[in-house]
Design a protein around this ligand. Structure first.
Ligand SMILES: [Zn+2]
Ligand SMILES: [Zn+2]
Length: 290
């Protein structure tokens, strides 16, 4: 994250001095969409939770877009994410903000840990145990092995598009800065708020026995992922919104793609299941869930 961080500072300086074109802003927005859709629709809802089915072609587009996000290769992403659901906010959760103790200092330390440093932990999740389905699928595993290539493509592509549109060497640099590095840094800061802020602050319509919360600002920037309380109640649903007004861009995109038959078998709970789940209260929180 050091290089994307520095790239973001550089992009801010360029922005301040007016050294950019409208193309750079479009590249930032376009690549942010590809990055976030790849992670949330591809890595998360498709791969980790199997919440819909699609063609091998669209599956490939999703895996490549997600890899451009720079959050690690698919096996790493899927195994840590499934472990997160299994142990949500208990010992074993790879990124819970709630395991550092009470008191403001400890809570802030937990929040920071769940945001970024957890990725530096040498703790690893067994592939065979957590993701045998992905491991067995040779075509899917191909995207794991070629991760670095897609990561670099995600940085090169906006530079090349910028150059093709503006036809100046400067556009090559600003496309790389805005659509590549700054996009990667800012989109990932938003994405990691899902594991940190959305497990601490927000509404809790469902009693999941953990600290998952529906955090609207995070949900807006992460295309619906900030609705963690809903998601932990219905992890297999392709939608994170259970009410039509909850911000869930990835869910809306999937609904549209379903109408176009690009994706199918979209799983979601019916109204009765949601009502029953809403009424269900856990008798007591399990140890460690405070
Ligand atoms: Zn969660
Ligand atoms: Zn999930």
């Amino acid at each position: 994250m050091t290089l994307p961080g520095l790239g973001t500072v550089a992009a801010a300086i360029f922005l301040w001095n007016g050294w950019y074109t409208a193309t750079d802003l479009w590249l930032f927005a376009g690549m942010y969409f590809v990055h976030m859709a790849g992670i949330t629709i591809g890595f998360h809802r498709y791969l980790a939770h199997k919440s819909f089915r699609t063609s091998r072609f669209f599956e490939g587009a999703l895996m490549i877009s997600g890899s451009m996000g720079g959050q690690g290769p698919i096996m790493y992403w899927v195994t840590t994410h499934r472990r997160h659901h299994r142990f949500s906010d208990r010992e074993g959760d790879p990124h819970s903000p709630n395991l550092s103790g009470d008191g403001l200092g400890a809570r802030l330390r937990g929040l920071w840990w769940a945001h970024m440093p957890w990725m530096l932990s040498d703790e690893s999740s067994s592939w065979r145990f957590w993701a045998p389905d992905v491991l067995r699928d040779r075509r899917l595993f191909f995207y794991h092995r070629t991760y670095q290539l897609w990561l670099l493509l995600g940085l090169a592509l906006p530079a090349l598009i910028g150059f093709a549109v503006e036809r100046t060497p400067m556009a090559l640099l600003t496309g790389f800065l805005f659509g590549g590095l700054a996009r990667m840094f800012l989109a990932n800061q938003a994405a990691w708020c899902v594991g940190s802020l959305s497990h601490m602050i927000g509404g809790r319509p469902f009693d999941n026995g953990d600290r998952s919360a529906n955090n609207w600002p995070v949900a807006i920037f992460t295309f619906g992922e900030g609705l963690q309380n809903n998601h932990h109640a219905f992890p297999g649903s392709y939608r994170h919104a259970v009410r039509p007004w909850e911000p869930d861009l990835s869910g809306w995109v999937l609904t549209g793609l379903g109408r176009l038959r690009v994706v199918w078998n979209l799983r979601q709970p019916d109204a009765a299941a949601i009502a029953a789940r809403r009424a269900r209260k856990r008798p007591a929180a399990e140890p460690g869930t405070n």
